[in-house]
Ligand binder design. Structure first.
Ligand code: IMP
Length: 190
């Protein structure tokens, strides 16, 4: 009999918000919707590094249409727990987006500032259409109009979560689930 491995990182988590199974179910639903909406088209999924990686990887498994993907890395959140208000492009796309149907894939939308800036930039470069898919939506944090996601995995209350791509100071992205970090894990850095 194989012993279940204990993950020491679990000790830093106060509460599991979404289990891995919940995330797969969410991605299956989103994948079905996107496949229907983009039937006959080949959308270009644009993953926002670095948090998008697990979500994008799971989502594409549930798409039953042709798709392509590329990555964009921006910085708007400087390792703390409250969104700051500056956006800089750190790694640009390599695909030509003129006339393409884009789906921006993000882990979580908080203020929406990052996405609004990205949407405007991609629009100016000649995309045919732009929609947003996010695993988590924090409507309480929203203060920007024009960054409304069409595809939302689930809404989340105003808590700080990690796992499945979401980080605290670049850590916890590798957790297979999404959980609320024990507050003392970030309070001790203050
Ligand atoms: P926005 O511009 O405020 O919408 O910033 C969204 C970005 O903030 C996300 O892509 C995350 O990198 C980060 N973020 C917002 N809330 C959380 C959270 O609860 N955990 C981890 N990162 C978060």
């Amino acid at each position: 009999m194989t012993k279940k491995r204990i993950n020491p990182l679990d000790n830093d988590i106060q509460e599991i918000f979404l289990s891995h199974e919940d995330i797969v179910t969410i991605c299956a639903k989103l994948g079905k919707r996107i496949s229907k909406d983009y039937e006959g088209k080949t959308p270009l999924l644009i993953g926002l590094l670095r948090g998008c990686v697990p979500f994008l990887a799971e989502l594409i498994k549930h798409l039953t249409i042709h798709c392509e993907y590329d990555f964009l890395e921006v910085e708007s959140y400087f390792g703390g727990t409250v969104s700051t208000h500056a956006v800089t492009i750190k790694r640009d796309l390599t695909s030509d987006i003129v006339g393409r149907h884009l789906i921006i894939v993000d882990d979580i939308i908080d203020t929406g500032l990052t996405l609004k800036t990205i949407c405007k930039m991609l629009e100016d470069k000649g995309a045919a259409s732009i929609e947003i898919a996010t695993l988590l939506n924090k409507p309480a944090g929203r203060n920007v109009i024009g960054a409304d996601p069409k595809y939302i995995g689930t809404e989340i209350p105003n808590a700080f979560v990690v796992g499945f791509g979401l980080d605290y100071q670049q850590k916890y992205r590798n957790l297979p689930y999404i959980g609320i970090l024990k507050p003392h894990m970030y309070q001790k850095d203050k």
